[in-house]
Design a protein around this ligand. Sequence first.
Ligand code: K1U
Ligand code: ZN
Length: 169
Amino acid sequence: MALLSILCFPDPRLHKLAKPVADVDARVRRLVADMLETMYAAKGIGLAATQVDVHERVIVIDVSDERDQPQVFINPQLVWTSEQTHLNEEGCLSVPGIYDGVQRFDAVTVKALDVDGGERVVEATDLLSVCLQHEMDHLLGKVFVEYLSPLKRSRIKKKMLKAQREDAS
Ligand code: K1U
Ligand code: ZN
């Protein structure tokens, strides 16, 4: 397994549209294993392949307290959303140190392939629902700061660029 590097906002590669996975083969299983290792090392609850510069529809999530219940979603499709929405505090491993509120569906049903290529249908609520919506946005090239006001987004962009310049020097 290998630790992958996570792209940081405002890297333009975070805005690429991910393509469907054609075949859940050894290469994809290796990507999933590396993404899980990377997500756990970064102390995240989710990670989309886009964030590690792989533009394929693969997501890993673990919202368990014990961090021992990894979930894999390959080619995820949103098949149902609740009418009710809720403002949730979100963070993102690609926008370190920034947390803000995003309106999301309370519950969603997602159809996807698992790591063995089998179909799974997941009815998600609470943190799993929020995380799935956040990660599926990544696959569409959307970062959560795009839901915030232009002023907030521009302040976050400046802050991230300054931090990246300081890290590089
Ligand atoms: O996609 C990512 O960058 C992972 C992200 C997932 C996420 C967190 C919170 C709400 C929606 C999606 C993270 O794991 S950020 C770090 C984190 O562990 C966290 C932050 C806020 C609340 C709960 C967890
Ligand atoms: Zn994110």
